[in-house]
Design a protein around this ligand. Structure first.
Ligand code: GDG
Length: 502
């Protein structure tokens, strides 16, 4: 394999050069390490989700502080009197500072405004957003609490704050008002909706005004940048310089750019080759009787944007069209349940169960089921072994900012085998053009894509996988981090350069 342009070492050198005396502070809702109390003992875990997967390696390189909500039962026992702890626990590299929220705050800010309003608003999945005044008020006060903690952490020193995601849309404006010298950037990990959809939000002005407190605002793809700029122009009347990707609000500029996020390709590639993974593959093959079967795989947070019902229907249709695969294929659907106290997620869980009963009931036999559903938090080694065992991996999102599952599958296939079936409605489809791109709503075409994956000759599989691996290896997480950090620092410094008078 050739060396990619961006590596951990190059990023580290770049950070030293670009960041200089500024302290880097990352802020997100989700913490990268969660502490739990298990039989009185403190243990830690990594939460699943794309954001922490992407940013932890970056923080390990540049040090600094990560401010996040402390949602683990053991968190309060793990931190010091300033609510800080060094992480990763095994090899401390940066500071984690935790923010405490009450149950009622978590309900209104996280389950309420973030995930019952903003999440469905931003994804074309036909789930109606729920706009509750009290949730919005809680969202504002929790953003304010994050702002207080970040300002305390900065403590008047030069700082660059890199905010993550849609839980903190108001934070940059609050920080700017408290300390105009702070450089601020934000990455929005989910799509930005079209103007027609965004304008149904009762607090559209406040959200835009909040986000335009950033020096730099990143999205995964250009379409989301364009949607955001159109909203700023039509709703707030902001001046947009499309050719420079700049939005001027109250004569302050915000650079709006695409930065397609990615994974740590080399690390995943190396992990996939380990003997633990090979042993786990053997264990799973025996336990699940996969030996002579065609294995398909889905790994997702159980979310209505991921198109899981569509995928189950397509597998049913595939078996109907190609009965020769009855008893000869197994589709494993793994991934954790999430946000289960929101109505739409409970309905999704029920819908999945009903569809599984239908497809497994129709095609299954006494000793074989076409779909094995494992909605639990599986160990990392098991997920890796499943990726390596799967002839094909299905990512059928109805809408997805990027989708890291697709890139993880590609990065773990060092054997250059395996077929990726990918929805065109993911950011990843813009880069992984050698996948079998299929519309998840078109059930017959979807079923045919599964068949295509099943019968694809080894040479074609290798060519396609090698091409996708080259893309993910080059466009890795270090490139994403380097490009977004450089843009944030440069645009932030430029905006604060003293104007010389002649
Ligand atoms: C958001 C955007 C964007 C999944 N199940 C388990 C598990 N996972 C891991 C996957 C992957 C991550 O979680 C999911 O990342 P995605 O990118 O697919 O999706 P979101 O969580 O919706 O992330 C998305 C991302 O932010 C980054 O910007 O790509 O578009 O929606 O790493 O492997 N991990 C473990 N157990 C599981 O059961 N350990």
């Amino acid at each position: 394999m050739t060396e990619p342009t961006w590596t951990r070492e190059r990023l580290q050198r770049l950070v030293l050069r670009e960041v200089g005396d500024y302290r880097i502070i990352v802020v997100s809702n989700r913490q990268p390490y969660i502490h739990e109390l298990v039989e009185g003992q403190l243990q830690y875990a990594f939460p699943s989700g794309g954001l922490t997967t992407a940013i932890d390696p970056l923080m390990q390189e540049c040090g600094g502080t990560w401010v996040a909500y402390g949602g683990g039962k053991g968190d309060r026992y793990a931190v010091d009197e300033k609510n800080r702890i060094m992480v990763p626990p095994d090899d401390p590299a940066y500071t984690l500072r935790l923010v405490w929220l009450t149950e009622q705050e978590e309900q209104g800010y996280y389950y309420g405004f973030s995930n019952a309003a903003l999440w469905p608003l931003s994804h074309n999945a036909f789930i109606e957003p729920v706009f509750e005044q009290t949730d919005w008020e809680t969202y504002q006060s929790v953003n304010q609490e994050f702002a207080r903690q970040v300002i305390d952490e900065i403590d008047g020193r030069p700082a660059a704050v890199f905010i993550q995601d849609y839980h903190l849309a108001l934070l940059s404006r609050m920080l700017r008002e408290a300390d105009p010298d702070v450089i601020i950037g934000q990455f929005w990990h989910i799509p930005w909706p079209s103007y027609e959809i965004f304008r149904i939000c009762p607090w559209q002005d406040e959200l835009l005004n909040g986000l335009l407190g950033n020096d730099m605002l990143g999205f995964h793809i250009g379409d989301h940048c364009d949607n955001f700029m159109e909203a700023a122009s039509r709703i707030l009347g902001s001046r947009v310089h499309q050719e420079y990707s700049l939005v001027y609000h109250r004569s302050e500029p915000t650079l709006v750019r695409p930065f397609p996020i990615s994974v740590d390709f080399d690390q995943i590639d190396a992990d996939a080759r380990s003997s633990e993974v090979t042993d786990e593959m053997g264990r799973l093959t025996d336990e699940m009787d996969l030996g002579s079967k065609l294995v398909g795989l889905g790994i997702d947070r159980i979310d209505y944007t991921k198109g899981i019902p569509h995928r189950i229907r397509a597998i049913g249709r595939f078996l109907e069209f190609h009965p020769e695969y009855i008893g000869r294929m197994v589709f494993i659907q793994a991934g954790v349940m999430s946000r289960i106290n929101i109505n739409a997620y409970q309905q999704l869980a029920e819908q999945i169960e009903t569809l599984l009963e239908e497809v497994n009931g129709r095609f299954g036999t006494d000793n074989w089921q076409p779909i094995i559903y494992m909605p639990t938090d599986l160990p990392v080694v098991t997920l890796m072994a499943l990726r390596r065992l799967a002839r094909f991996c299905v990512v059928s999102s109805l809408h997805d900012g990027m989708n890291l599952v697709a890139k993880e599958y590609v990065a773990s296939r060092f054997d250059e085998d395996g077929v990726l079936i990918l929805s065109p409605f993911t950011g990843a489809a813009h880069e992984l053009t050698e996948a079998l791109i299929v519309n998840p709503y078109a059930v017959e075409q979807f079923a045919e894509a599964i068949y295509h994956a099943a019968v694809m000759p080894a040479e074609e599989r290798r060519d396609r996988m090698a091409a996708m691996r080259a893309v993910v290896q080059e466009n890795n997480i270090y490139k994403w981090a380097a490009r977004s950090l450089v843009d944030m620092m440069q645009v932030g410094r430029r905006a604060r350069r003293p104007i010389r008078s002649f």
